[in-house]
Design a protein around this ligand. Structure first.
Ligand SMILES: NC(=O)c1ccc[n+]([C@@H]2O[C@H](COP(=O)([O-])OP(=O)(O)OC[C@H]3O[C@@H](n4cnc5c(N)ncnc54)[C@H](O)[C@@H]3O)[C@@H](O)[C@H]2O)c1
Length: 295
């Protein structure tokens, strides 16, 4: 595989484009919003500068990486000649189904269609295409250029050949792929989200405060950040949406989202992106200040 299209140029799409372009793939980066593409290129350039500052790459590598990326607002034009498409558009099942129908129509018959979804079933996305054997999950972690893991998710109909190609491709990006099957939350979020939810229940039931809960998990379990801070970084709305997928998908009450999380999202407290979650981020993310409500 030589040429790749990435659909969606937000947080994940720009990181995925960066990683492929840095490893000498030609990347067509697609978004419905032209300004999202401009912003993505600026973010990629800034992140490449960080890699230069750490002596990981040279200025020439940066220029080559940027030259490997072409931006498009027209999906049909962007995907017509590529070998692989990685979809990283907004997390919405209806939207993804629509995108996959278009990809199926405009991409070469042999092209593989991958999704970076955090929680939507790969089997469901594949079912809208005429090439279910060539649809797979390629779940990168944020920030993509830094994080080693790629969770490779086999849909019900994904072929062994497609899986083998994607596992090999992830290694070419200097990542470590892990193969898993398509059940709600896959592996990463099935384990992470119940831990975050339990941390929120621990706060909700008054067992301990925000700082205490995060400190126990940081110092006691050697986690780089506490679960409440991590939830703020992921986005409380995203955590809630994934917990709902687990709850509905398994029909097991153990995944029911904590009412405190539901209330926070309903009132617009979504974590870092909204300026407040369990912590207040009005003055940035460096110094942790517990939100007024939890002091
Ligand atoms: N943010 C994370 O930490 C993270 C981690 C792993 C996986 N994911 C998954 O990656 C995907 C993208 O998440 P994100 O955080 O980058 O979202 P984001 O909101 O930052 O970016 C989404 C982009 O998709 C674009 N888009 C929407 N509809 C489109 C369409 N029809 N065609 C092309 N582009 C379209 C939007 O304009 C936006 O720029 C989601 O499926 C999410 O679940 C996110």
């Amino acid at each position: 595989m030589k040429s790749i299209a990435v659909i969606g140029s937000g947080t994940m799409g720009n990181g995925i484009a960066h990683s492929f372009a840095q490893h000498q793939f030609k990347v067509a980066l697609v978004d419905v919003q032209a300004d999202a593409l401009t912003k993505a290129l600026a973010t990629i350039a800034k992140n490449l500068d960080r890699q230069i500052a750490k002596n990981l790459i040279t200025e020439a590598d940066k220029q080559q990486t940027l030259a490997n990326i072409t931006t498009y607002t027209n999906l049909a034009e962007a995907v017509k000649d590529v070998d692989l498409i990685v979809e990283a558009a907004t997390e919405n099942a209806v939207l993804k189904e629509k995108i996959f129908q278009e990809l199926d129509k405009y991409a070469k018959p042999e092209a593989i269609l991958a999704s970076n979804t955090s929680s939507i079933a790969i089997t469901q996305i594949a079912a809208v295409t005429q090439r279910q054997d060539k649809v797979i999950g390629m779940h990168f972690m944020n920030p993509v250029p830094v994080m080693k893991l790629v969770e490779v998710i086999n849909g019900y109909a994904t072929s062994a050949d497609t899986t083998a190609k994607i596992m090999a491709l992830a290694q070419q990006l200097d990542k470590i792929p892990v193969e898993v099957n398509d059940y709600p939350g896959f592996v990463a979020n099935r384990i992470l989200m119940p831990m975050i939810n339990e941390a929120i229940y621990t706060l909700y039931e008054g067992v301990a405060g925000v700082t205490e809960i995060d400190t126990v998990m940081k110092l006691g379990m050697a986690h780089p950040m506490g679960p409440l801070q991590l939830a703020d970084f992921i986005g409380l709305d995203v955590c809630l949406a994934i917990l709902k997928v687990l709850h509905e998908g398994f029909g097991n009450p153990k995944y029911a989202p904590c009412p405190l999380l539901v209330n926070m999202v309903t009132s617009g407290k979504k974590g870092v992106k909204s300026g407040e979650g369990f912590y207040n981020y009005q003055h940035g993310t460096k110094d942790l200040v517990v939100a007024e409500k939890f002091r």
